[in-house]
Design a protein around this ligand. Structure first.
Ligand SMILES: Nc1ncnc2c1ncn2[C@@H]1O[C@H](COP(=O)(O)OP(=O)(O)OP(=O)(O)O)[C@@H](O)[C@H]1O
Ligand SMILES: [Mg+2]
Length: 557
């Protein structure tokens, strides 16, 4: 049977080259079952030490002259190890009579001296003590190893946890930043929303007042013969028209403008405006264009976009006042990611039109308020602060957006993003203009408006066009009039009325007399109205030719 393989760590090394000591020691150790290895010389002993051993039985004289290698090995022992030696000494007597023994004890550390000749039981007890000590050391080594592993594990856990915390921290910081951004965007859009409501309310009431003023001026102009009075009337008409333009800009900001979006080639629009732009900007400003060759068509009201481009060009001119500079209009197809500011459009395909100037640029507080109606940094009478509001409103109402890139002292780029339209179709040419037909007609028209001043003006205008007129000051009164007057051929109906509004009155009318045409008069594009046929709506304040045309068409259709 093969003997159990001897583990190096369990063996006892024997170095006693002379005499019979090695043989005797081997046989004694055999008897107590301690595995042993006899080393022929110091070199072999050192090699065996490095391979591993539990203890060593060494004859004192064998170490003569070659101690340093052993001492080196001892010095390199791990912390748990204190290798035990059993030295077989030559002379009898105590240590005091053997000076070499003192030296060896100092060099080797854990040493037991055994005087020769030794009794077998003495060797056995000394070796067993040494082996027990060595086993303790091995146990200590394992414990230290356990502790090291536990420490390493702990360290790894701490590192993992620290990394987790750091990543959570980063996520939190990112979330906080994102939330702050969203909140500020929300605040900004809520403010614009609130200002928009206010503006549209003011504009709506103003529009009614202007309808009265302008209507009456027009009436007077027809009958007045005194030239000085006529000049004054003309001034009043011009002022009212300018006021009407301002209310239109306010309505544009609150996205309640009546729009007629079509597929438009913006390269063409800008090209056609070049002369106008150059003359508006003056000789010291250079107008440049940078067109995307295969520009997508934009879905936009062609008249409004021209106004907006002009508006932006005038802002640019004002910003470059004095020094001259360059204005660059650029078009581009662009696909946008999600917006970061309320004025920017949603993600998607857009046609971009940007107007860049080399002017003053805007400070951050100016930029933040630039879209607000009536915000202006210009002198009284120079700017109304409605230009960018109108641009903003048009872009938003058209389903696009806007962004401003500006740096103080370096210039500004305002970019409009307009929804991508279908292929451009040739615009239908407008019907040739005819003179206004004022001949008396047999048709009776019912005019419904809650504002009696507006109603009076409208009645005057419609009478002048040769129609017979009935009036009503509310929806209920209108329905009563219809019931008692079968001869009514058309209803001219104010859309925004207290109580029963225009849409509700129209519904009632349709129930009673389905064939009776209705023409809505409105100061702003109500959502319910934009859906319906253009022919059914007339914009206040009325232009006489427009009113004549709409009435005739509704009566004919
Ligand atoms: N291109 C630009 N460069 C520098 N500042 C600008 C530019 N465009 C607008 N601003 C600033 O934004 C403000 C608001 O512009 P907005 O067009 O709405 O009104 P406005 O030009 O002052 O008056 P309005 O256009 O009604 O005549 C301006 O007063 C100006 O301070
Ligand atoms: Mg302006």
């Amino acid at each position: 049977v093969d003997p159990e393989p001897i583990r190096e760590a369990d063996r006892v090394l024997i170095l006693a080259p002379m005499g019979r000591d090695a043989m005797i020691a081997t046989s004694i150790l055999n008897e107590i079952g301690a595995p042993s290895v006899v080393c022929g010389d110091l070199t072999a002993f050192c090699r065996a030490l490095r391979a591993g051993a539990a203890a060593a039985v060494v004859a004192e004289e064998a170490l003569q002259g070659g101690l340093s290698e052993v001492v080196d090995w001892l010095g390199a022992q791990p912390a748990w190890s204190d290798f035990p030696f059993i030295l077989l000494s030559l002379r009898g007597g105590g240590l005091e009579r053997n000076p070499n023994a003192g030296r060896l004890m100092k060099a080797l550390g854990n040493v037991n001296f055994l005087e020769r000749p030794f009794h077998p039981t003495t060797l056995v007890s000394v070796v067993q003590t040494a082996l027990r000590g060595r086993r303790r050391q091995y146990e200590a080594r394992e414990r230290i190893e356990d502790i090291r592993q536990a420490e390493a594990l702990l360290e790894r856990r701490v590192q993992e946890r620290t990394a987790e915390l750091a990543s959570t921290n980063r996520q939190l910081a990112a979330q906080i930043a994102e939330r702050e951004r969203v909140e500020s965007a929300l605040r900004q859009s809520q403010r614009l929303e609130a200002v928009g409501q206010l503006t549209s309310g003011v504009a709506h009431d103003f529009n009614n007042l202007l309808t009265v003023v302008l209507g009456n001026v027009r009436q007077l102009q027809k009958t007045e013969t005194d030239s000085s009075a006529l000049r004054r009337l003309d001034m009043m008409a011009q002022a009212s028209e300018r006021a009407a333009k301002l209310t239109a800009q306010m309505l544009a900001f609150s996205r309640q403008q009546k729009l007629d979006p079509r597929s438009v080639d913006l390269n063409e629009t800008v090209s056609a405006m070049r002369d106008l732009l150059q003359s508006t900007l003056g000789g010291s400003i250079q107008v440049q264009t940078r067109f995307e060759p295969d520009l997508w068509p934009a879905m936009i009201d062609p008249t409004q976009i021209e106004l907006v481009i002009l508006n932006l060009a005038i802002n640019a001119r004002d910003a470059m006042e004095g020094g001259g500079g360059a204005l660059t209009i650029e078009t581009r197809n662009i696909t946008l990611a999600a917006p970061t500011q309320p004025e920017e459009p949603a993600a998607g395909d857009y046609v971009m039109l940007s107007v860049r100037d080399t002017g003053s640029g805007m400070a951050e507080d100016v930029r933040a308020k630039a879209f607000e109606p009536f915000f202006t940094t210009k002198a009284v009478g120079k700017g109304s602060g409605l230009g960018l509001s109108q641009v903003f409103g048009l872009a938003k109402q058209s389903g696009g957006g806007i962004s401003i890139d500006t740096r103080l002292g370096e210039g500004t780029t305002v970019s409009l993003y307009l929804p991508r339209g279908k292929a451009v179709v040739d615009a239908v040419s407008n019907a040739p203009k005819r003179g206004i037909d004022r001949r008396p007609k047999n048709d009776v028209i019912l005019i419904v408006d809650d504002d009696h001043l507006v109603r009076e003006v409208t009645v005057g205008l419609v009478r002048d066009l040769g129609y017979n007129v009935l009036e009503a000051g509310s929806g209920g009164a209108a329905l009563d009039t219809l019931d008692s007057h079968a001869e009514v051929r058309l209803v001219l109906l104010d859309f925004a009325m207290p109580g029963m509004n225009g849409a509700e009155v129209a519904r009632e009318i349709r129930l009673r007399r389905p064939e009776l045409p209705v023409l809505f008069a409105t100061g702003y594009a109500d959502a319910a109205l934009t859906e319906s046929d253009d022919d059914q709506i007339i914009q206040k304040p009325f232009a006489e030719a427009d009113l004549a045309d709409r009435l005739a068409r509704r009566l004919a259709g």
